[in-house]
Structures are given as C-alpha cells and as structure tokens.
Design a protein around this ligand. Structure first.
Ligand code: XMP
Length: 530
C-alpha cells in the first residue's frame, strides 16, 4: 500500500493534527492512540515516506518521532527529514526519536555497552517544562518504562535537562524556545503511569491543539462525507455480526437511509443465537433493509469431509463471495460496497526485516468483490482505531452489549473445530461455548478478556459418569487478553472458576466428557486453533 493512501486531507481542514514519524517501534500505534485520546487527530507515516512537500501540506501542529530498533550510531541509521526541525512546529522525540533529534541537532549519543535500561525505572524531575507541567512536580520521583541501550550523552545547544534517571542522565530534555522535547522512556505504554497526561500536555499546552477530535464530531462530519461520496447511488454492506461492520452499517444508514442494504450470510457456522441477534438489531431495531441469506446447507455441504485448516478457510472465503455476489445482484444497481476497514489495516508500518511476511492464515473477507462486481468502496472508518469505533458506536446509540462484543472470525466455528465439520459437532460446540460465556459473564470477566471461546477437539477420551463408561469428545477452553489481536496472553482464571465451567459443560453438554484449558500465549500460539 502506498503511503499516500494514509492521508485524509478532508480531516486536515477541520481539525488540528499531529504527525507521527515511525522509526519501526513495536508500539508506535500506542503513540497514536494516546494522541487521539487527547482529542487530537494524528497519522503515522514511515519516516522515509515523508518528503518535505507532504509534510508541509499535512500542516501538522506538532511532530512526534517514534522509538525504533536501530542505533543512531549505525552508519545507515534512519534520520528524521531535516524539515522536521525547521518547520517551526513543536517536536517530541521518544527513545530512538529523542536520540536522532539530539544527534541531528549537534548533540552526542553514547553506546549502551550493556548498560542500558529495560523495564520499570524511575526518573527524578529536576526542572520545570511545559511537557511535564501539572503532571510531574519538580523534585518528584516518577515511574516510567525504559527500553534502551544507547543514551544521550551531550545535549545540543539551547537544550536543558528536565528529568534524569540512573541509566539516562538525559531522561527528559527540552529546548523551551523551539518547543523541542525528548524523552528516553516510553510514555505511550501503560507502565508509564502518567504517560497519557504527558501526551495531553504536548498536544494541548505545547502544540496548542483544540482537542476537538471526538466521535460525536466524527459522526457528523463523516455523514456529510458519505453523502457527498455516494450521491444518490445505492450501497451494500456485508454484516458479520462484529462491531466494525455493524458500526459501518449504522453510520451509512444515518447518512443515506434506505439506499443502504445490508447482507447477512448465515453460513451455519455461527454461534448460538447469533443470527437472530443480528437480524433483530438491524431489521427490527434500526429498520435497515436487510437480506438474511440462509446458506447453511451450501457451506456445510462444501465443507463435508474437509479437515485441512487452510482448505476450510479457502472454501468459506470463496463461497462467501459467491453468496454475497448473488445477494448484491438482488439489490440491483448498487454502486458502492461499504467496509469496516480500520486504521491499523491502513497504516504502512516500517519493516526492517525486509521481504514479504509469511502468511500464517488466509483471512476471510470480501476481498476481490469490488473488482468482480465493479463496485467502489466506502470505508468511513479508515481513520479510526478499534476503541474509537466502539466510541462511535456509542455516539450512534448502539446497544452496549453489542459494542463490547468479543471479535468473532469470519470462518466462524469451522476454525474452532479441528478436523471434519459435522452438524452434530457444531451443535455440541455451540452448547459448550454458550455455557462457557455464560459463566464468564456471570463472573464479571467478559470485559477483561479480549476473546473467549470453546474449541471442540477431534479426540475422544474415556470417562466415567455415574456407573457407566463414557467415550466422548474433548473440549478446550480459550481466553486471551490482547490489545489488537497481534499478540495475546492467556487469561489467568482462578481454578475454582475453571472447575465450575468444566463441571457445567460435562453435565449439560452431551457429547463432551473432558475439558481442558489452553495456556498458550501468542506467539507462539495463535488465538484461534486453525
Ligand atoms: P489468530 O488466530 O490469527 O487471530 O491469532 C487473530 C484475530 O483475528 C481473528 N481471526 C479472523 N478474523 N477473519 C476474521 O475476520 C478470519 O479469517 C480470521 N481468522 C482469525 C481471531 O478471532 C482473532 O481475533
């Protein structure tokens, strides 16, 4: 994807915005989220895709330089474009960003020599600055998250120290006149408790941003934008039951009313009650024209006897497009396809490893449809993060339990059932999943977990119930915490909770006689089993 796709010029006219230049840190997206939380629009660009004209026309109120895996002492070290320091706007360098700023402005960075700081550290605040004002008092000792080898050893002209730590004598530095700030730690991660407030100070106090990027404003502006883009044409939108496609549909409906038709394909691979909930919300609650296509026989027929995970995914993806295509033709003369593409899908992140990344799983979506049907795309949420989408859902009056739903993969229960898919096994899995989620909700844990679900294993084990021998399926329970699905940790349930769920599943779900809990993180595991 070209970096040009990332710019949203229409946002520029109405809101202040901050530019984040990415040097390849794992947590650059968190910087953007912290800036957005302060009510300010921002974009992430790779440092090497930001030429002077692009930067000028983006007209940022401030620039943030991210962290990164390189050393500024390397010969080919990535550097910020010079215009960053001559544009006359505030600059905030974080970790690598601080070091490159120091080096580019005439200071000196020294190698770590094994004496870097990693993890929790404390800084001592020695001086006042606009960046820390009202957050950290002079003389205070504050917790931060460090992760650096090299450190700044000599400041460029007109800079002074604001805070120091044991491993970083220049933990926070400032050039008051130019409004250049640098921090050696990572204010964007939660382990720096006041990091959020430092970003707010930077965007509001230092850059003078108004903080008017709210989802209420976004909703109104995006309705106007959709109307302009779509004109009097018809739009179709595929619903998956997930938050992204639902919010897209409701936003579109507000903008163009009944010229939007939603298509919901029931693949027979949904969870218990899922189709009924989607249909009730869209058709009955929102009164949105909805085609509810019952395609269970088609999907399960084509999946009959298939057990290879990638083959399952390919069959489901292909059928989905066929069915969607057929339904779209029923709507007639639709000119646009609405999609819930989010900002993380759009960001072009810097890769230092080079080469294409390996496909772990082929994701199921409606890719290929726009070309096949000659449809243009409407993607009203291309600038939003997931938490902003949830906020937008609230601004659109969506029911809270729908907004907070865990993600559910396009191929549905097919990839939660290693081996062959049968109707009987699907029924067993649905029941086990329902019991598990019921207990999670009762224990008040649903919102603490990114995703929780049951998996039905193609393994039978011997058990004893009453006086009789059983020979039934094994069920694995999965629950993970995550911020974006890219990495995940298993959820540390209490033993008592796990035994309660296990007892209920074995007693209430005929066909399962053994329950296990999956304690694999991602990596090395993935969240889904296939
Ligand atoms: P994995 O299993 O790759 O999953 O760790 C990461 C996240 O993506 C979801 N997932 C999918 N979502 N279509 C989707 O829309 C898919 O084909 C698909 N496969 C996995 C998964 O549920 C998790 O949230």
């Amino acid at each position: 994807m070209s970096a040009e796709n990332v710019i949203a010029p229409e946002v520029n006219k109405t809101h202040d915005h901050i530019l984040i230049l990415d040097f390849g840190s794992q947590v650059t997206q968190l910087i953007a989220r912290r800036v957005r939380e302060s009510g300010v629009y921002c974009e992430i660009w790779p440092f090497n895709h930001a030429d002077d004209d692009r930067i000028k026309s983006f007209n940022p109120k401030g620039i943030i330089l991210s962290g990164g895996p390189c050393s500024v002492l390397d010969e080919e070290a990535p550097a910020a474009p010079e215009i960053v320091f001559t544009l006359g706007v505030p600059v905030f360098g974080i970790c690598y960003g601080q070091q490159t700023m120091v080096k580019q402005l005439g200071g000196r960075v020294a190698p770590g020599e094994g004496s870097g700081e990693f993890g929790r550290a404390h800084v001592e605040v020695t001086n006042h600055s606009d960046l820390t004002q009202g957050v950290w008092d002079t003389g205070a000792r504050e917790q931060v998250w460090m992760s650096h080898g090299d450190h700044v050893a000599e400041l460029p002209e007109d800079f002074h120290i604001v805070a120091k730590s044991e491993g970083a004598p220049f933990a926070v530095i400032a050039n008051k006149d130019k409004k250049f700030y640098g921090v050696q730690f990572h204010p964007e991660v939660v382990h720096t408790p006041h990091g959020r407030d430092l970003f707010k100070n930077f965007t509001h106090k230092v850059c003078g941003c108004a903080g008017d990027w709210t989802m209420q404003n976004f909703r109104e502006e995006s309705i106007a934008k959709i109307r302009e883009q779509v004109g009097d044409k018809k739009v179709i939108c595929g619903l998956s039951g997930g938050v992204d496609s639902s919010v897209t549909a409701i936003l579109l409906h507000e903008a163009i009313g009944d010229r939007l038709t939603c298509i919901y394909v029931d693949t027979g691979l949904m969870r218990a009650g899922e189709s009924e909930q989607v249909v009730a919300l869209f058709r009955e609650h929102y009164n949105i024209p909805l085609i509810h296509e019952e395609a269970e026989d088609l999907f399960l027929g084509k999946l009959d006897g298939v057990s290879d995970p990638e083959t399952k995914r390919k069959i489901i993806g292909g059928l989905f497009i066929d069915v969607f295509d057929k339904c779209a033709k029923e709507v007639g003369d639709a000119a646009f396809l609405a999609q819930g593409t989010l900002y993380p899908d759009v960001i072009e992140s810097v890769s230092f490893t080079g080469g294409p990344s390996v496909t772990i799983k082929s994701h199921h979506n409606v890719g290929g449809l726009p070309e096949r049907m000659n449809l243009k795309l409407v993607e009203p949420m291309r600038e939003l993060f997931k938490d902003e989408v949830r906020e937008l859902g609230r601004a659109l009056g969506m029911p809270e339990d729908f907004i907070r739903r865990h993600p559910f993969p396009g191929p549905g229960l097919a990839i939660r059932m290693p081996g062959e898919i049968t109707r009987d096994k699907l029924e067993i899995l649905r029941k086990a999943d329902t019991v598990y989620l019921d207990e999670i909700k009762k224990a008040g844990l649903y919102d603490k977990i990114w995703q929780a679900f049951a998996v039905l294993l193609p393994v039978r084990s011997v058990g004893v119930m009453g006086d009789g021998r059983t020979y039934d399926y094994v069920c694995a329970l999965r629950a993970v915490t995550s911020t974006d699905g890219m990495t995940a940790d298993y959820y540390p349930f209490e033993h008592e909770f796990l035994s309660r769920v296990s007892t209920r599943i074995i007693n209430e779900v005929a066909g399962i006689n053994r329950v296990t809990y999956d304690i694999t993180s991602k990596p090395p595991g993935t969240i889904e089993w296939e």
